[in-house]
Design a protein around this ligand. Structure first.
Ligand SMILES: C[S@@+](CC[C@H](N)C(=O)[O-])C[C@H]1O[C@@H](n2cnc3c(N)ncnc32)[C@H](O)[C@@H]1O
Length: 215
């Protein structure tokens, strides 16, 4: 197993985790209930076999795990303890649950060795983190080169110029910024194997693999 990468501890990256303390009690009622298609799409995009290891980044209240097959081992990380508390309680109520380990962790500095997971995934969190590109690179690093990285998020192709003007405000309230996912995926040395719309909204699911011409 390879060692963890060395990183500078004094990052001046500005996180916006505060809002999630307020969202945690209402998140499932207001948001998760509308995102079931995203969660289902994310887990069913991978043909997960018993014993497969998966990283879920920014798991939030863990509503996505309702769609995770039993027999799969999930490492679920999030930076917000109130969101993680909700996720632990939610999973605890299930009789037939997958094996999930919840950890408070910054997605910009994943504390796992290179190639540790069979696959990794992120639902509606990549546009919320301070540096989406850094997080996607980290997800790629900890995923086996044969694995897949699944991203599901609101995404409007080409509609970014106007929407991007609101990014600073959206960031302050912990809401998703406009991110050009397609460019970011290719800049990270990944290729889109599958891209599909979820429901009638602007939600899009991307299944990414290592590109042949890897950086
Ligand atoms: C919009 S919620 C999405 C939650 C869940 N994945 C879902 O789809 O319902 C975004 C989540 O990302 C988490 N988050 C934000 N920045 C993070 C970071 N740097 N590291 C880990 N989690 C982070 C927040 O705490 C929050 O739970």
């Amino acid at each position: 197993m390879q060692s963890l990468p060395q990183r500078s501890m004094g990052s001046d990256r500005r996180h916006r985790h505060g809002p999630y303390r307020f969202y945690a009690p209402i998140y499932d009622r207001v948001f998760s209930s509308r995102l079931k298609g995203s969660y289902k799409g994310m887990y069913s995009a991978l043909d997960l076999e018993d014993g497969a290891t998966v990283l879920e980044v920014g798991v939030g209240t863990g509503a996505s795990l309702d769609f995770c097959p039993t027999g799969v081992r999930v490492e679920a990380i999030d930076f917000s303890e109130p969101m993680l508390e909700k996720a632990r309680a939610r999973l605890g109520k299930r009789v037939d649950a997958p094996e999930v380990s919840f950890t408070k962790m910054d997605a910009h500095r994943l504390e796992f060795p290179d190639g540790h997971f069979d696959h990794s995934m992120v639902s509606h969190a990549l546009a919320v983190v301070a540096e989406p590109m850094c997080v996607l690179r980290e997800m790629k690093r900890v995923t086996k080169p044969s694995g897949k990285i699944v991203i599901v998020n609101h995404y409007k192709r080409g509609g970014g110029v106007l929407i991007s003007l609101f990014n600073p405000i959206r960031k302050r309230f912990g809401l998703g910024m406009h991110v050009d996912f397609e460019s970011m995926i290719s800049e990270c040395g990944l290729e889109i194997e599958l891209s599909k719309k979820i429901g009638r909204s602007h939600r899009t699911l991307f299944v990414c693999v290592y590109s042949n011409t890897n950086e």
